[in-house]
Design a protein around this ligand. Structure first.
Ligand SMILES: [Zn+2]
Length: 394
């Protein structure tokens, strides 16, 4: 459909805009190879609606630029043997996921396959953490000398203002305002893209999980805090200073417990992993060095107080999600976090909390638990770097 529009556009905009049309067609072909590989030139023409000669021209250019490689040869009836195309996996991206306790530095190819990864402890001092991160990136660069590195994508548990290149809001990381991008650019000579963790998950969903047909999508990430990434009308919403999507810091109870943001009773104070641990301790548990995964496991082994703490967290997650549904009317909400491993404890409660408050005329969004292994943010950073060449889908 998009292809057909572009093909018509080629006739319509001949002359001054032909360069723009060429660029659009190139992105269409590149994205089709990315999502449907291995694919033949004939199928590219059929799916895109572009002329066979236009497709061949673009493909030759992409092969010359080392974006696309040929092979293997397919077998079709009547003796035809088309050559299949796929992205060149010698083009790689350095993917970084900074979390309050640990930082993952990984190498991924253009097809989104991860080749290697290193895990560092996240220092509480941002300058120290940045120096360690640069060291790790430099090691990766040295070990991938025969590959073409497209750039570095970084996911952060906070909001990054792209206008002034500063991490401006990261209550769970507790770093002061800092430029994360330029020191890495200067040390490595690579292009660096920085994005909020929830936004990175949105890009991962749209880019790799084939959700590009969904125009209104929200990702809610639940860990130490609650982050929200918003995809509205087919585009990522960043807002002024990159601060859009902070539903996690809207108070559900202004008299509630203090929050890392300086406020009180924010959604994340009631619905995050930390909140569940607090409910558990408040109900009389002695052990204080428990992790959220320990809590999940205790609940599975019959600890009733652990199960109750998770149930309370689930109710608050659902209540907070009403803001998201009322404010954005998304078609889908993707939930990311360790809690999705116990979806049987959370799903029904969250859904009923949301359903109870849907406005007349509104509809209940499809709730999708992402059974993630911690890779969604990393995959999002790959999309972040790649979309410079491929264009944002949607
Ligand atoms: Zn807050």
């Amino acid at each position: 459909m998009i292809g057909k529009m572009a093909a018509t556009g080629e006739r319509k905009f001949q002359g001054a805009s032909s360069e723009v049309v060429r660029d659009i067609n190139r992105r269409i072909v590149l994205n089709l190879i990315r999502t449907r590989h291995p694919i033949s030139r004939a199928d590219l023409a059929r799916v895109s609606g572009l002329q066979r000669s236009t497709v061949s021209l673009i493909v030759e250019q992409l092969i010359q630029e080392n974006w696309v490689i040929e092979g293997p040869t397919g077998r079709l009836p009547r003796g035809r043997r088309p050559t299949f195309l796929r992205l060149n996996d010698e083009r790689v991206i350095i993917a970084v996921d900074i979390r309050p306790t640990q930082t993952t530095v990984a190498l991924a190819d253009a097809n989104g396959k991860f080749i290697s990864q290193e895990i560092l402890a996240t220092a509480s001092n941002p300058e120290v953490a940045l120096a360690a991160l640069i060291g790790s990136i430099e090691r990766l660069i040295r070990s991938s000398r025969h590959k073409k590195i497209e750039g570095v994508g970084i996911s952060l548990p906070g909001r990054y203002d792209h206008n002034i290149d500063r991490l401006v809001f990261a209550p769970n990381l507790r770093w002061h305002e800092i430029d994360i991008r330029n020191p890495i650019v200067q040390a490595t000579g690579l292009e660096v893209e920085v994005e909020n963790a929830a936004n990175a998950c949105v890009l991962a969903a749209v880019w790799f999980d084939r959700m590009e047909d969904c125009r209104n999508l929200v990702v809610v990430t639940v860990s130490e805090g609650i982050g929200t990434g918003v995809w509205a009308n087919g585009a990522l919403v960043r807002g002024q200073n990159g601060m859009a999507g902070e539903f996690g810091h809207v108070p559900l109870d202004p008299k509630g417990p203090p929050c890392g943001c300086g406020g009180r009773g924010c959604w994340e104070v009631f619905g995050s992993n930390r909140a569940a641990l607090r409910y558990y301790f408040e109900s009389g548990s002695e052990s204080t060095d428990l992790t959220f995964l320990d809590l999940l496991s205790r609940a599975e082994h019959g600890d009733k107080r652990a199960a109750k703490a998770l149930e309370t967290m689930a109710h608050y997650l659902g209540r907070g999600m009403r803001m998201v549904v009322a404010g954005l009317a998304p078609e889908r909400i993707i939930l990311v976090g360790e809690f999705t491993r116990a979806w049987h404890r959370f799903g029904a409660i969250i859904e009923s909390e949301v359903r109870d408050q849907v406005l007349p005329g509104g509809s209940v969004p499809h709730l999708i638990p992402a059974y993630e292994d911690g890779m969604a943010r990393l995959r999002g950073t790959v999309a972040l770097v790649m979309q410079k060449d491929f264009g944002t889908v949607g």
